[in-house]
Design a protein around this ligand. Sequence first.
Ligand SMILES: Cc1ncc(COP(=O)(O)O)c(C=O)c1O
Length: 331
Amino acid sequence: MIVLANNENPLGMPESARRAAAAALQGAGNYPDSNGTALKHALAARLDVPMEWLTLGSGSSEILTLAAQVCAKPGEAVVYSQYGFVVYGQAAAHAHARSIVVPAHDFGHDLAAMRAAIGPDTRLVFVANPNNPTGTFLEGEALLDFLQSVPPEVTVLLDEAYTEYLAPGQRYDSMGWVRRFPNLLVARTFSKAYGLAGLRIGYGVSQPALTARLNAQRPRYNVGTPAQAAAVAALADEAFLARSYQLNAAGRAQLANGLHELRLASIPSSGNFLMAQVGEGRTVHARLLAAGIEVSLLDNYGLPHWLRITVGLPEQNAAVLAALRDHAPAR
Ligand SMILES: Cc1ncc(COP(=O)(O)O)c(C=O)c1O
């Protein structure tokens, strides 16, 4: 089975991280370092922020969930975009908060409408850049305008799960924004470009007051020793990251061009996946499964005519395009 359903790295885990995780198993009879000292040290140096500004999570999903718990009391509001990453609604529900879902603009976040949706009881706004599943991207300038316009008592969680896949011209200095805005929390993950999805490790970056609240809420041993060790190794493995980036950029273009040739619409994506309009999503999904390829349904996002395809190895991308040629109606 070719699995292009979960936005994982088709290269798998870096060899450097595999070795580090294996070595760390020696000590796995003991609880992990609850402060994640070695990893925070490495991250602090890389991001140029103090260690006290970091929160480690069991995947960045846990950072999203913690943020809702810490920021929103039951009944208070959490704002996010239509087609925003599915965990935002789950995190709000888990905190018994009220979700305000703002209609998307061209499948992406409508920042002006999101700002307008912030009311007196809004405590948290989720912004994904790029967003999953749409792959849509917000320019740094627009994000900065948004951050400047949000009241200080409202936390903005900027979800950068796919940030390592951004082209150089798209990048912006979100760490500079964290230094400037005490209500900004940037969430990142080792699950995507770093290839460690199965180890469950991500992190949040925010000023000390918010970070202290997140860490107070965080389960003490939420990130295991092998995951911490693997993340330290992966962070240092710049060759792997560069390879992941190149493979993704080429594969995403291969998929986009192939879909265009098949006359299937797709949304320009800045992530490691692409959303394609295939007709009846469930039918095409089932046919692809029968052909040995798993992609992701999007009816839970209200997008029943679209499928999300993770960028794979070149031969996997070719296989999904060939299967779509055989099984999706041309339009
Ligand atoms: C936008 C976005 N944020 C966060 C995550 C969370 O990933 P993880 O919990 O593996 O770090 C994902 C995973 O698919 C995602 O797409």
